[in-house]
Design a protein around this ligand. Structure first.
Ligand code: DLL
Length: 441
C-alpha cells in the first residue's frame, strides 16, 4: 500500500524540482526568522538569493547539536511561542536537553510522514496498533500515535513497560501491529530488549496462537537483519524499520517497505545528503558517510544541513514497490560518540559532567556497554579521588549508591557503578578511551 503516490512515486526530475523550490523558500524563511541563521549565513557571505536550487546546497553552512546547545532552549525556533503547539526533547551532549518544537502544520506533516511508513508495513484502518514507544518528551510515543490515528487505525497507547498489561491488551483487543524499539526503552526499569522480551514472554505463556499480531514497526536504535529474522520467525509477523531523529522531526523521516531494500526517505520534506565525516564533502551513491538533512517544510524548527552523525549510504532509483524516493541502507554506526542504550541516547560527556559536579570522584571513568540476553547493560568504572578514598566498605558502598543515583538522574538509565582506586584507569596521551562497547550491532 502506498500512502501518497503523488509524492512517493514522483520522477527524479519532479522531485528535484519540488525540493529546489521548497529549499529556496525554506532558506529565505530561516534567514528572515532565525537570527542565529541570518548571522551564520552572513558570516559565510551568503544571501538567500544565492540559493537557487538543491545544486546550491553545499554553499550553506552545516548545523550541529552544538548550535542547538548554543541557542538552548528555543533560540532556533522560527515562530513565536504562540504558534508552537508541541515541544519534545532529546539528550544533549552534556547536562542540557535538546529542545524541539512543532507548529500545528508541522504536526500534520509529521502524521503524514508516519502514515507513509505505516502504509509501507501495510498497516491501515482495519488494524489495531499498540504504540509501545515511550510517551512524553521522547518523540517516539506521540509521533507514532498521531500517525496511527491519521491512517484511521485504532491506536492503543501503551507506552513502555508493564509487560503483563502489554500482552493482555494485545490478546484481548486483537492487536494486529505493534510499534516499539527492537530493544526496550524502559530505561529505569532495565527491561530486556523489548520486542525480544515480549517474544519470550509470549512463548513462555504459550499465547502466540491467541494473538492476531501481523507486524511490528521498530526503530529508535540500530538493529540488525538477524534480529529482524528472529522477530519475524518467532512471532510469525513482518518487522519493519522506522527511522527518525527529534531535531528533524521524530519517527517517520524514513521507513522500509515490504522489499526491505533500504529505508525510503520522505524526501519531499527532508533533503538528504551523504558527506564524508572527515572532509565534510558530498559522496556518491552507495558509499558510507554521514547523513545530513535539510528540512524543507518545517515551520517551528527549520534546520539547514543538520549533521545527524548517523553513518549510512544512499541510493536513488525506483524500488520494486513502485516508490521512487531515495533509500538509506541500514545504519552502520555513528560518527560521534553517542551510544543508544536500551533505546536511550547517551553521551559519555553526560557522565563526565555529572561526575565533575560531585566532589568525591575524579573525572576518570570508563563505560562498558554489553548486551546480555537481548538486554543492554551499562557498567561505569569510576576512579575515586585520592582525598576521598577509604578502606571503609560502608563508605565506599554509600559512595557507589550516590554515584549510581547521580548517573541515573543524568542518563535516565540505571548503570552498574564500580569504584576503582585512584589512578588505576588507563591514561592515554591522545583521546581518552571512555567507552568499550561489546555489543555486536
Ligand atoms: O529515536 C526517534 C524515533 C522514535 C525513531 C521511534 C524511530 C522510532 P532521537 O531520540 O532523537 O529520536 O534519536 C535519534 O536514534 O540519530 C539514530 O542514531 C537513532 N535511530 C533512530 N531510528 C533508528 C533506526 C528517535 N531505525 C537517533 N535505526 C538517530 C538505527 C536509529 N538508528
Amino acid at each position: 500500500m502506498i500512502w501518497n503516490e503523488s509524492k512517493e512515486c514522483m520522477s527524479r526530475d519532479e522531485m528535484e524540482h519540488l525540493q529546489s523550490s521548497r529549499l529556496v523558500k525554506q532558506v529565505n524563511y530561516v534567514y528572515h526568522n532565525v537570527e542565529y541563521y541570518r548571522k551564520k549565513m552572513q558570516a559565510a557571505g551568503l544571501e538567500p538569493g544565492d540559493i537557487r536550487g538543491i545544486e546550491d546546497i553545499t554553499k550553506l553552512p552545516f548545523t550541529t547539536k552544538d548550535d542547538l546547545r548554543n541557542t538552548y532552549p528555543c533560540g532556533l525556533f522560527a515562530v513565536p511561542r504562540s504558534e508552537v503547539v508541541r515541544i519534545h526533547a532529546s539528550s544533549g551532549t552534556t547536562g542540557k536537553a535538546t529542545v524541539v518544537g512543532y507548529t500545528r502544520r508541522d504536526i500534520e506533516i509529521w502524521s503524514e510522514c508516519v502514515s507513509r511508513v505505516l502504509a509501507m508495513a501495510d498497516i491501515g484502518k482495519n488494524d489495531t496498533v499498540q504504540v509501545s514507544y515511550g510517551y512524553g518528551l521522547f518523540t517516539g510515543g506521540l509521533g507514532a500515535h498521531y500517525g496511527v490515528e491519521n491512517v484511521g487505525a485504532t491506536v492503543v497507547p501503551l507506552s513502555t513497560g508493564n509487560t503483563k498489561k502489554q500482552l493482555t491488551m494485545m490478546k484481548d483487543l486483537g492487536v494486529t501491529a505493534i510499534m516499539c524499539t527492537p530493544s526496550g526503552v524502559t530505561a529505569i526499569m532495565c527491561t530486556p530488549s523489548y520486542l525480544m522480551y515480549l517474544t519470550e514472554s509470549i512463548e513462555e505463556q504459550g499465547i502466540l496462537d491467541e494473538l492476531q499480531l501481523k507486524s511490528a514497526v521498530c526503530g529508535a536504535e540500530p538493529w540488525t537483519e538477524e534480529m529482524r529474522n528472529q522477530i519475524e520467525s518467532r512471532l510469525h509477523i513482518k518487522a519493519h524499520d522506522i527511522y527518525g531523529l527529534s531535531e528533524i522531526m521524530g519517527p517517520g523521516v524514513a521507513g522500509d517497505c515490504v522489499y526491505h531494500k533500504g529505508l525510503h526517505i520522505n524526501e519531499d520534506h527532508f533533503l538528504p545528503e551523504i558527506i564524508s565525516a572527515d572532509t565534510l564533502t558530498p559522496i556518491g551513491d552507495g558509499e558510507i558517510g554521514e547523513l545530513v538533512f535539510t528540512t524543507l517544510t518545517k515551520e517551528a524548527l527549520p534546520l539547514i544541513r543538520y549533521r545527524t552523525k548517523d553513518l549510512t549510504s544512499i541510493t536513488h532509483g525506483k524500488c520494486e514497490c513502485g516508490r521512487t524516493t531515495a533509500r538509506l541502507s541500514r545504519f552502520v554506526g555513528r560518527s560521534d560518540d553517542m551510544l543508544i542504550i536500551r533505546g536511550v541516547n547517551v553521551f559519555p560527556s553526560q557522565v563526565e559532567a555529572a561526575l565533575l559536579e560531585m566532589g568525591e570522584v575524579s573525572p576518570n571513568y570508563l563505560m562498558i556497554v554489553d548486551r546480555v540476553n537481548n538486554l543492554d547493560t551499562l557498567e561505569v568504572l569510576v576512579e575515586v579521588d585520592e582525598k576521598f578514598f577509604s578502606d571503609e566498605i560502608k563508605e565506599l558502598e554509600n559512595l557507589t549508591k550516590k554515584i549510581t543515583h547521580v548517573l541515573q538522574q543524568a542518563l535516565l538509565i540505571q548503570p552498574k557503578v564500580k569504584l576503582v582506586e585512584p589512578k588505576t584507569l588507563e591514561r592515554s596521551e591522545g583521546k581518552a578511551k571512555r567507552v568499550i562497547d561489546n555489543r555486536k550491532l
